[in-house]
Design a protein around this ligand. Structure first.
Ligand code: PAF
Length: 296
C-alpha cells in the first residue's frame, strides 16, 4: 500500500486495485467535474468510516448503478451533540481503505473537519417533514447536522446518485426530502439493512457492545418482528407496541422509542389498513444506542 502525498494520492493494494484519495473540496470538485464532462454517472456512498459489511454492500450497489464510484469518509462533528460519542467514534482510515480496495472504488473523499467547516463557517441546513419526531425527540441536533454535511458532500462530489442504508431509515427519508426540496439533482437510492445471522442490524456502533450486551442485542429485532407480525395479524397497534416495549425493558434495554409510522412520510399512522407502514425503534443497551426498523 502506498500513498503519493496528502492531497491527492493513489492507493495501491494487492492485485493493483487503486483509487484516488482526495482530501480537499476543490480537488474533489475538479475530479467530479472531469467525470461529469466525460458523461459518466457518479454514485456516491457517504460514510463516517469504521466500514463494515453493510457499508461494503452500499459500495457494491453504487458499482451496479454508477459508472464512477465515490466513497466519502468523514466523521461529521455537526451531527453529534456535545455529550455524544464524537471523540470516541471509531476512526480507522487505513483499515477502511483496505476494505474498499478490492471493490472497484474510483475515489475516496476524506476531508478534514477544517476543510469541511473552515473558520467562519456559519450555515446550517434546517429540515422538516420526515425529520420530525423519532430521532429528533432524542437527538434534536442530528438531522440539521446530517443535512448540512450531506449538502456539502453533494456540492463537493457532484454525484448523480447517492446510496444510503435503510438501517438509518429516517435519515434516508430526510436526505431524499432534502435533495428533492433543494433541487440538488441527486437521486437517493436506499439499500435494505444487512444483518448478522442472529438478526442484529450491522452498525459501526455495535463495536461498543460488551459481550453480554451483544448476546442481548438481537432481541431488539426479534421483538420488533413479533410486534410487526401481531399488527399484521390484526392486533391493536398500541397493545402490540406496548408488549414489545415491556419485553425489551425486561431484557435490559432502555427504549427511546418504538413507533409505527407511515413508511413514506414518517407521519403518525391515520389508517393502518391503507398506508405503507414502518416500525422504527431506538434503544440503549448499556452505553450503546441501537436503532433499527422494519417494514410491516
Ligand atoms: O449515516 C452516516 O454514516 C452519516 O449520518 C452520513 C450520512 C455519512 C452523514 O454524516
Amino acid at each position: 500500500m502506498r500513498f503519493k502525498g496528502a492531497l491527492s494520492a493513489t492507493l495501491k493494494v494487492k492485485r493493483m486495485a487503486s483509487f484516488e484519495m482526495i482530501r480537499t473540496v476543490a480537488g474533489m470538485q475538479a475530479q467530479a467535474e472531469s467525470w461529469q464532462r466525460g458523461g459518466l454517472r457518479i454514485a456516491l456512498v457517504p460514510t463516517m468510516g469504521a466500514l463494515h459489511a453493510g457499508h461494503l454492500r452500499l459500495v457494491e450497489e453504487a458499482r451496479r448503478i454508477g459508472e464512477k464510484v465515490l466513497v466519502s469518509i468523514f466523521v461529521n462533528p455537526a451531527q453529534f451533540a456535545p455529550h455524544e460519542d464524537f471523540a470516541s467514534y471509531p476512526r480507522q482510515e487505513a483499515a477502511d481503505l483496505e476494505k474498499l480496495a478490492p471493490l472497484g472504488v474510483d475515489a475516496v473523499f476524506a476531508p478534514s473537519a477544517e476543510e469541511m467547516y473552515p473558520v467562519g463557517f456559519a450555515t446550517r441546513v434546517a429540515v422538516g417533514g420526515p425529520s420530525e419526531g423519532l430521532e429528533t425527540d432524542f437527538r434534536p441536533h442530528f438531522f440539521g447536522g446530517v443535512a448540512t454535511v450531506v449538502t456539502k458532500l453533494f456540492t463537493a462530489c457532484r454525484p448523480h446518485v447517492a446510496v444510503f442504508g435503510e438501517k438509518d431509515y429516517q435519515q434516508f427519508l430526510v436526505v431524499r426530502r432534502l435533495s428533492a426540496d433543494l433541487g440538488l439533482g441527486v437521486a437517493i437510492h436506499g439499500v435494505p439493512t444487512l444483518r448478522e445471522p442472529d438478526g442484529l442490524a450491522l452498525s459501526s456502533r455495535n463495536a461498543y457492545l460488551l459481550a453480554n450486551e451483544r448476546r442481548t442485542a438481537p432481541r431488539l429485532q426479534a421483538e420488533m418482528r413479533g410486534a410487526a407480525e401481531a399488527i399484521r395479524a390484526g392486533k391493536a397497534i398500541d397493545g402490540a407496541l406496548a408488549g414489545a416495549a415491556v419485553a425489551l425493558a425486561d431484557a435490559g434495554f432502555r427504549v427511546d422509542y418504538l413507533a409505527l409510522r407511515n413508511a413514506e412520510t414518517l407521519a403518525p399512522v391515520a389508517d393502518a389498513a391503507k398506508e405503507p407502514l414502518r416500525l422504527l425503534a431506538a434503544a440503549w443497551l448499556g452505553r450503546t444506542r441501537l436503532i433499527d426498523n422494519i417494514a410491516v
